[in-house]
Design a binder for this molecule. Structure first.
Ligand code: DGL
Length: 275
């Protein structure tokens, strides 16, 4: 593809399921002209309880699928896949690949005053200690406390984000964080921004809450500008959004409606194991 064609190519965004739409919607907000091809691996979600080998295998297949859509850049919206597979898949393709961990880490370091940061995520993300490693490389004095919150994802997906049961689970998981002296908390999982108000209410106004999606979209914008492949169309032109999943397309479409700001007409199901 020559550079002019690449300008008009879409951005590939992928996640283990529907949660990555919290990242895709931020890309849509900051880069409203860019087309997006979104893939949610709904057949194999959750990634948070899977082994590193499987997360790498899944990520490779999805990158191969997105390449068939001629994407000009790929964003791994999933924190778990960003933590465990980004370095590997990035070295296997010429297309620029961004994850959410480095942007999330950067935002947290910008926000903290005390250099005491908490990070919550899936079991695999917390076990990988990737957020800690990245932040310590940037700021060796930082102290990072990690906590896996595995029940948050199913609670969000079952529509329990505002339910009192979720308030209790937030307290159960975050009690030790609240009692610690962190001043910044990273929402290190795609679904957690959907629990933001409950987490904010429990943690209090004095703790900075960081959603990596915002900085990820900013980094993507910078990358497209640097490589001169940002879409060059007149104001008001419509961007196109295509949604693919590996299972349960209709369930995805319905739930996606609670995250995505516009109506999603169709979601196509593909056999990701073939890639
Ligand atoms: N998308 C995953 C993440 O951000 C959460 C859901 C899962 O476990 O697959 O880590």
């Amino acid at each position: 593809m020559n550079i002019d064609d690449r300008k008009y190519a879409p951005i590939g965004v992928f996640d283990s399921g529907v949660g990555g739409l919290t990242v895709a919607r931020e890309i849509m907000r900051q880069l409203p002209k860019e087309d997006i091809v979104y893939f949610g691996d709904t057949a194999r979600v959750p990634y948070g309880s899977k082994s590193k080998d499987n997360i790498i295998r899944y990520s490779r297949q999805i990158v191969r699928f997105l390449q068939t859509k001629d994407v000009k850049a790929i964003v791994i919206a999933c924190n778990t896949a960003s933590a465990l597979a980004l370095d590997i898949v990035r070295n296997e393709t010429d297309i620029p690949v961004l994850g959410v961990v480095v942007p999330g880490a950067k935002s947290a370091l910008q926000a903290t005053r005390t250099k005491k940061i908490g990070v919550i995520g899936t079991e695999a993300t917390i076990r990988s200690e990737m957020y800690t490693k990245v932040m310590k490389e940037m700021e060796p004095d930082v102290e990072v406390t990690g906590k896996a919150c595995p029940l948050f994802v199913p609670l969000v997906e079952e529509g329990f984000a505002k339910h009192h049961v979720t308030e209790e689970i937030i307290e159960y998981y975050l009690k030790s964080m609240k009692e610690s002296d962190i001043d910044t908390l990273i929402l290190g999982c795609t679904h957690y921004p959907l629990l933001r108000s409950g987490i904010r209410a429990y943690m209090g106004e004095e703790v900075n809450i960081v959603n990596p999606a915002y900085e990820t979209a900013m980094n993507l914008k910078q990358l497209l500008e640097e490589k001169q492949i940002a879409k060059d169309v007149s104001e008001g032109a419509h961007a196109e959004y295509d949604f693919y999943v590996s299972d349960a397309a209709e369930k995805f479409r319905q739930f996606a409606g609670t995250i995505w700001p516009c109506e999603i007409d169709t979601t196509k199901q593909i056999s990701i194991e073939e890639y």
